[in-house]
Design a protein around this ligand. Structure first.
Ligand code: NDP
Length: 251
């Protein structure tokens, strides 16, 4: 596991957007960021799940979060602009985005892959993070120290049979991280990195590996050290990296 002891108040006064915040790793990240002082904007497609996380954060006494319901599969340019306007009006800036929402699609050969599902996966995993990043960059530029984190996967570094659009989308995510990091290096205080969570106990993992014992894998809460490190000021000099949440790295 990546080793990092996040100091208390690491993210005090930071405004951080988390996509796919209603479940799995996104929910755990929303908790971890809020517990370290951040005001978290919970973005996702299922309102009830977002409301549940909102209530959990409020009950814990963390800074009051905000909810941004958005279906990344169907959202169009206008929806992103509206979100940016709302965030500007409410907060005036943004200090971080965790692009975590993801769609697995189907596990089958490219030869048999349904083109509609292919497009859905690419929309949620690649096009939506691109659109969201592009629209929100002006707000990130207003931050003293902003961090964008994309979410990759092992199959985004080495292709594997039957992982289809999901694997291809994660290769694209690695590419987007590198291109954007290179563009902003030296001209901006916004840094861009990518996390490979590794096998983690969530609904997506259970769907992909139905025969696996869930207890075999760490919980989303257990993989949070890297999520905290890359979001906070201790990683200010780290840019364009793809790091493993369950690797033996340390800070
Ligand atoms: P989950 O399926 O548990 O959670 C995915 C989240 O993404 C959910 O909150 C879901 O919302 C949201 N989401 C999916 N589609 C949309 C959409 N169209 N619009 C908005 N939100 C959407 O997955 P994990 O927590 O496991 O995965 C999180 C990230 O980590 C993903 O990017 C995944 O690819 C990556 N990853 C996970 C691994 C693992 O072992 N778990 C391993 C490697 C990478 P809702 O709950 O409403 O459906």
């Amino acid at each position: 596991m990546f080793s990092y002891n996040a100091p208390e108040g690491l993210l005090n006064d930071r405004i951080i957007l988390v996509t796919g915040a209603g479940d799995g790793i996104g929910r755990a990240a929303a908790h971890a960021y809020a517990a370290h002082g951040a005001t978290v904007i919970l973005l996702g497609r299922t309102l009830e799940k977002l409301e549940r996380v909102y209530d959990e954060l409020e009950a814990a006494g963390y800074p009051q979060p905000a909810i941004a319901p958005l279906n990344l599969e169907t959202a169009v340019e206008h929806d992103y602009i509206e979100l940016a306007n709302q965030l500007e009006e409410t907060f005036g800036r943004l200090d971080g985005i965790l692009h975590n929402a993801g769609l697995l699609g189907v596990l089958t050969s490219i030869e048999n892959y349904d083109p509609i599902i292919w497009q859905q996966v690419m929309q949620v995993n690649v096009n939506a993070p691109f659109l969201l990043t592009q629209t929100l960059l002006p707000l990130l530029h207003r931050s003293q120290d902003a961090s964008i984190i994309f979410t990759s996967s092992g199959v985004g570094r080495k292709g594997r049979a039957h992982w289809g659009a999901y694997a291809v989308s994660k290769f694209a995510t690695e590419g987007m991280t590198q291109v954007l990091a290179d563009e902003l290096e030296n001209i901006s205080q916004v840094r861009i990195n990518c996390i490979n969570p590794g096998a983690t106990r969530t609904a997506m993992r259970a769907f992909a590996y139905p025969a696996e014992m869930p207890e075999k894998n760490p919980t989303p809460e257990q993989i949070m050290p890297l999520y905290l490190y890359l979001m906070g000021p201790d990683s200010a000099q780290v840019n364009g990296q793809s790091l493993d949440a369950q690797g033996d790295g340390h800070a």
